[in-house]
Design a protein around this ligand. Structure first.
Ligand code: FES
Ligand code: FES
Length: 157
């Protein structure tokens, strides 16, 4: 066990953990942030996607020790049911998901994309979602939702 210190969603969190456990497990079990899902546990589904230093990563593949001292953002950082992130609002408005298991990972991959490129093309969006598998809904509504957020951002400029 080791004492790890992470910046999670803007707060400094100290936690005793096995540095070889996954960041996904640390977030869920050590820090109680269960918005991050664990699907395959081996880097194939993207359900566990979080941001580490602003980049989307599969947190099931990141040893907790490697996240020590890093900035982590999970889906809990984005909004609340009363005050959703624009992307969450547009996804909900379109019924873009069914079971929702993939949703936190998809949202975090899209947030990472929009942070580095506020005006992505459809190809950019598809590339950003390459690592996120959704078994129940298509990706069409995801594209529509992101494109609405892009239009909104452009109108506000
Ligand atoms: Fe991490 Fe599937 S749970 S990629
Ligand atoms: Fe069920 Fe995506 S909505 S896996």
């Amino acid at each position: 066990m080791a004492k790890l210190t992470l910046e999670v969603n803007g707060f400094t969190r100290e936690v005793e953990a096995d540095p070889s456990t996954s960041l996904a497990m640390l977030l869920r079990e050590g820090l109680g942030l269960r918005g991050t899902k664990i699907g395959c546990g081996n880097g194939e589904c993207g359900a566990c996607t979080v941001l580490m230093e602003g980049r989307a990563v599969c947190s099931c593949l990141v040893p907790a020790g490697r996240a020590n001292g890093r900035h982590i953002a999970t889906v809990e950082s984005l909004g609340s049911p009363d005050e959703m992130h624009p992307l969450q609002r547009e996804l909900v408005a379109r019924g873009a998901f069914q079971c929702g298991f993939c949703t936190p990972g998809v949202v975090m991959s899209l947030v990472a994309l929009l942070q580095r490129n506020p005006q992505p093309s459809d190809d950019d969006i598809k590339t950003a979602l390459q690592g996120n598998l959704c078994r129940c809904s298509g990706y069409v509504k995801l594209l529509e939702a992101v494109n609405e957020v892009i239009r909104e951002t452009a109108r506000e400029r």
